[in-house]
Design a binder for this molecule. Structure first.
Ligand SMILES: Cc1ncc(COP(=O)(O)O)c(C=O)c1O
Length: 365
């Protein structure tokens, strides 16, 4: 029996024809396909302010820039995430200040955030770990009180909903990743959704060296004055054409993640050795991960591997890395969550038979 994987690339065969057409069209940079993809995404998120980029990490770096995070400023963040959430803060020359997390859910704690705010705090990063929405309203209320910008890292949360609205509509900046193993992929890619149209305008300049691509010029890129420096963060038409095709499948893919997660919620509750993550009835997790708590995690991982089911911690706490050592502090919630959290396969590729097999296996653990 082949191992049931924790992640799988979704690349439909139907992408082949449009991909080849764009590949040989003579235009493969940022062009009409990027615009078409942005329009589709705007419809999906019900938000006009969508900017496509070449990675989720680029989207985070750009949000920090738009949030006016500069050298010496502080950004409050969570260590319980992919290092990609936090490295852009260092790249901006700012200091990371860790807030603690809820030991049950792994999500950043609004009270801890408020206790870490100083005069230097410019932004708050919240991560919807595994797809579960953070306490967005509470965090935004704290941010508004102190005049601070908020960034949602929704890399795990494509299709998640907070209080009946898709993630992508609640904060100053929301980012998504379209990297290989996310719900949908453009091979590599990222999205930035902004609250304000002015931020979109600036983001579109900054993603391409600060150059306005829409103003007609006589000689290629020559006569325009660049007002502020930018990056090479834009998406290209090859990625966009893949993204356009993926949008035909996204609702079904997300539904399958959610259906598998709901099956686990029903089937694994009340087990002695497993503690499930509590769900809010107000919100919907797109369940990129299905994370739970197990006391003897190493034993459990070995048992699952012996029975051909992949499991993983997926992310290690970032504060253990030397590159983040300047931010060290006590984080009892992170200690507790990290000591038991583990994810099992939940994605669109997990069949009904496979999820039943996984449940049976866990019940007899
Ligand atoms: C939580 C989180 N944030 C950000 C990213 C970065 O996304 P990308 O790989 O598209 O740069 C990832 C990537 O896996 C992630 O898991």
């Amino acid at each position: 029996m082949e191992t049931i994987p924790l992640f799988k690339v979704h690349m439909p065969e139907s992408v082949a024809d449009p991909l080849l057409e764009t590949l040989f069209s003579g235009f493969i940079g940022q062009g009409p396909k990027v615009e078409e993809y942005e329009q589709l995404l705007s419809k999906y998120f019900n938000n006009q302010n969508v900017v496509t980029l070449n990675s989720g990490t680029a989207a985070l770096q750009l949000s920090l820039r738009l949030a006016n995070v500069n050298f010496g400023d502080e950004v409050i963040s969570t260590p319980m995430t992919c290092t990609a959430t936090n490295m852009p803060i260092l790249a901006a020359g700012a200091k990371i200040v860790w807030a603690d997390i809820n030991p049950d859910t792994g999500l950043i704690c609004p009270k801890s955030i408020e206790s870490k705010i100083t005069e230097k705090t410019k932004a708050i990063n919240m991560v919807h770990f595994g797809g579960i929405p953070c306490d967005i309203d509470e965090i935004n209320n704290v941010a508004t009180k102190y005049g601070i910008k908020t960034i949602e890292d929704g890399a795990h949360a494509f299709g998640s909903e907070y209080k009946g609205k898709k993630i992508g509509n609640h904060s100053d900046f929301v980012i998504f990743s379209l990297q290989a193993i996310k719900h949908i992929t453009t091979v590599d890619g990222g999205l930035l959704l902004c609250k304000k149209a002015d931020d979109v305008k600036r983001a579109k300049l900054l993603r391409w060296y600060g150059i306005d691509r829409d103003t007609p010029r006589k000689d290629f890129r020559c006569e325009e004055n660049i007002v502020e420096y930018g990056y090479k963060f834009h998406m290209n038409d090859i990625s966009a054409v893949i993204g356009i095709e993926q949008m035909k499948y996204v609702d079904d893919l997300v539904k399958r993640h959610i259906s598998n997660a709901e099956f686990y919620d029903r089937s694994l509750k009340d087990l002695e050795k497993i503690k499930l993550i509590p769900r809010s009835s107000e919100n919907l997790s797109a369940s990129w991960l299905y994370t739970m708590h197990v006391e003897n995690r190493d034993d459990f991982m070995q048992y699952m591997a012996d029975n051909n089911v992949a499991t993983s911690k997926v992310h290690e706490r970032n504060d253990k890395h030397d590159c983040f050592s300047a931010s060290k502090c006590d984080l009892p919630g992170v200690d507790a969550f990290c000591s038991t959290q583990i994810s099992i396969p939940v994605g669109w590729w997990v069949t009904k038979e496979q999820r039943e097999y996984i449940v049976k296996l866990i019940k007899s653990y």
